[in-house]
Design a protein around this ligand. Structure first.
Ligand SMILES: Cc1cc2nc3c(=O)[nH]c(=O)nc-3n(C[C@H](O)[C@H](O)[C@H](O)COP(=O)(O)OP(=O)(O)OC[C@H]3O[C@@H](n4cnc5c(N)ncnc54)[C@H](O)[C@@H]3O)c2cc1C
Length: 391
């Protein structure tokens, strides 16, 4: 490579996608990552890779979507239960072309992205934690914790929720954080005794004290998401020992030694006040730019859309457009996630009553069951990556 590379900060799914998208435009890329090359990434986190995201990834590296979908899992059955009684069940015919989504652990998605980056000629610098950023009209200089200084014309910052680049630029996050928390558990399948390949959502599951629970398959296992009640304490539900106590009530006995990862999450809805600096040298993408609760699969999917848009903006000199359009998408997604949360963790009694009435009517009015099925994910769950984008 001879030209000055575009620098990407952070080798999460969004930074890796940005690097690929830049290489697809034949721009040289240097990717700075704080962690060592042989790091272990935690848990499954984002499972759901949407069809539109697959299309973006395939444009970055032809064949990548097929690699990912042939590894991931697609279920055709979705079920919803209310207090243990089924209120919705639908099995869709398998699609003829690319599936509407694929489900795999984020560590696996990142593995595919990282391999693709290697093949595309992305230059990686591991153990390169960015601690300072200085932006002028003529360029950017980044300081790393090991004393390294990197100068370039343009930076795509994908350094996650605690973005040092965003902090260095003094760009605040704006939004809210909700009360309470949920517990996310990855569980390995029992070989030969896999649970049915379906996504199941339980309102007020009787096996776990009336808390709502979702089970989502991924390759090799499934993720269970438990919505805790307002007065719950994390140590009662969110430790591995606690999970061993409540998990049988949700998926039956025999999984205590198959727990892969447990974590508790709070509900943040935040969007950066700006997605670029006044000189339009740095572009914020992914969780460096926005934080959404996981329901609705907006985080990684919209982050990859940011990455595609950022690479285009760098290549075409349209950073201001990128910043406006992707921030609008972030605000839209934040709003949609808020609607989902109001349904999932109703603060008003009327919402609970409406859900109860819909569950009672579902056997005779299928639209009530359908509403209970769709509402936990919020509006436009079907297209989280593209909301508000023009790229
Ligand atoms: C339980 C859970 C479930 C989720 N489910 C979904 C889902 O189904 N679908 C979905 O779309 N999203 C989902 N998400 C969200 C998704 O995990 C995130 O949106 C995604 O990880 C964000 O990717 P990112 O690349 O922006 O940031 P990260 O994954 O956080 O990556 C940031 C990278 O930057 C590096 N870094 C940090 N600081 C520095 C620094 N100073 N210098 C250099 N490098 C640095 C980090 O080491 C890391 O490699 C879920 C999240 C959780 C927690």
């Amino acid at each position: 490579m001879t030209a000055t590379p575009v620098v990407v900060v952070g080798a999460g799914p969004v930074g890796l996608s940005a690097a690929l998208a830049l290489r697809a435009r034949e721009l040289p890329v240097l990717l700075l990552e704080a962690d060592p090359e042989d790091r272990e990434r935690p848990g499954s986190r984002a499972l759901f890779v949407h069809r539109e995201t697959l299309a973006l990834l395939d444009a970055m590296r032809p064949g990548l979507a097929d690699e990912i979908t042939s590894y991931g899992r697609t279920w055709h059955t979705r079920r919803t239960l209310y207090r243990g009684r089924e209120v919705y069940s639908r099995t869709f015919p398998p699609p003829s072309g690319r599936p509407p989504f694929t489900s795999l652990r984020q560590v696996d998605t990142e593995r595919f992205l990282r391999d693709a980056c290697g093949r595309a000629g992305v230059e990686f610098a591991w153990n390169a934690r960015v601690i300072g950023v200085r932006c002028t009209a003529s360029g950017v200089s980044l300081s790393c914790a090991d004393g390294r200084e990197v100068s370039c014309g343009q930076v795509i910052a994908a350094d996650g929720a605690r973005s040092a680049v965003r902090a260095g630029l003094g760009i605040p996050m704006e939004g809210t954080h909700g009360e309470g928390f949920h517990v996310v558990v990855d569980v390995a399948d029992r070989p030969g005794e896999e649970l049915p390949l379906e996504r199941v959502f339980h309102y007020e599951h009787p096996g776990v004290g009336g808390r709502s629970v979702m089970r989502v398959p991924f390759t090799g296992g499934f993720q269970v998401d438990l919505q805790c009640h307002a007065g719950d304490r994390a140590e009662e539900y969110g430790t591995e020992e606690a999970v061993r106590g409540w998990l049988p009530g949700v998926v039956g006995e025999g999984y205590a030694d198959r727990i892969l990862w447990v974590s508790t999450y709070r509900f943040l809805r935040k969007v950066a006040a700006s997605f670029t600096d006044p000189h339009e040298r740095v572009l914020l993408v992914g969780e460096a730019a926005h934080l959404f609760p996981p329901f609705g699969a907006r985080g990684m999917n919209s982050g990859i859309a940011d990455a595609a848009a950022a690479a285009e903006a760098v290549a075409t000199g349209t950073v201001a457009d990128f910043a406006a359009v992707r921030r609008a998408a972030g605000l839209f997604n934040s709003e949609a996630a808020g609607v989902a949360l109001d349904h999932l963790r109703p603060r008003r009694r009327i919402v609970r009553l409406r859900q109860r009435a819909a569950a009672a009517l579902a056997p005779v009015l299928p639209s009530c069951g359908s509403w209970l099925e769709h509402a936990p994910y919020g509006p436009r769950h079907g297209a989280p990556a593209l909301a508000g984008r023009k790229y």
